[in-house]
Design a protein around this ligand. Structure first.
Ligand SMILES: Nc1nc2c(ncn2[C@@H]2O[C@H](COP(=O)(O)OP(=O)(O)O)[C@@H](O)[C@H]2O)c(=O)[nH]1
Ligand SMILES: [Mg+2]
Length: 196
């Protein structure tokens, strides 16, 4: 199954995006497979409301693994089943905690394998584009199927942030979204359907 991998720094809204995008695609329950760097995997079924409560806003210390769920994306008259994968957030520098280092290495390897990479940035903060984001963009864009999602566009400060992001990544496709309010999801759906 082809994979759409969601990456970005901690707290930019990766998990909010994945869960709300799954809901937007029609799911009310999600079966999430937690794939740990050491090869251990476990599955858990959540109602979407419960998944949001449990998994959003838990930062890098909670998400130390890849969290994959299957979704169906309409493509023309048919539907494509794809794996939508949430990752643990990148932080600036090399994490001191070994589990976080392993999770970051696991995410980097997965970037190579994924059919499409969605790189989420928080457009509402002054440092929307960090050094680690530039490095990830350089690494990820060499492989095609790479799109930037400028998130939190519901916040007023995000308009300026979107401009800064676009000026820093003039060659990349940047889609403004609000993961919280499911805005920009139609565009994201079109990109996913097109790339997978
Ligand atoms: N205002 C606003 N807040 C958001 C949005 N998306 C996520 N958040 C908030 O940002 C915080 C981090 O979200 P989360 O999905 O856990 O980020 P992750 O660490 O990248 O997975 C939470 O408090 C979310 O409620 C958005 O589109 N708008
Ligand atoms: Mg998360």
């Amino acid at each position: 199954m082809q994979q759409c991998l969601v990456i970005g720094r901690t707290n930019v809204g990766k998990t909010a995006f994945v869960l709300n995008f799954a809901e937007y695609l029609g799911l009310s329950r999600v079966e999430i497979t937690f794939n740990y760097p050491d090869g251990f995997a476990t599955k858990q079924v959540f109602r979407l409301e419960h998944a949001r409560q449990e998994l959003i806003g838990r930062g890098q210390h909670k998400t130390r693994c890849l969290q994959a769920l299957e979704v169906e994306v309409p493509a023309g008259k048919s539907k494509k089943r794809i794996l939508l994968t949430d990752s643990s957030g990148f932080s600036e520098g090399i994490p001191r905690d070994q589990a976080l280092r392993q999770a970051a290495a696991q995410t980097l390897l997965e970037i190579k394998k994924a059919a499409l990479v969605l790189h989420v940035l928080d457009a509402s903060i002054p440092g929307a584009v960090g050094e680690v984001d530039r490095q990830i963009a350089n690494y990820a864009e060499t492989r095609g199927g790479y799109v930037i999602l400028a998130n939190k566009m519901d916040l007023p400060q995000a308009r300026d942030g979107l401009q800064r992001i676009r000026s820093q990544f003039p060659k990349q496709l940047v889609i403004p979204i609000s993961a919280l309010y499911k805005r920009g999801f139609k565009e994201v759906k079109a990109i996913v359907a097109h790339n997978l």
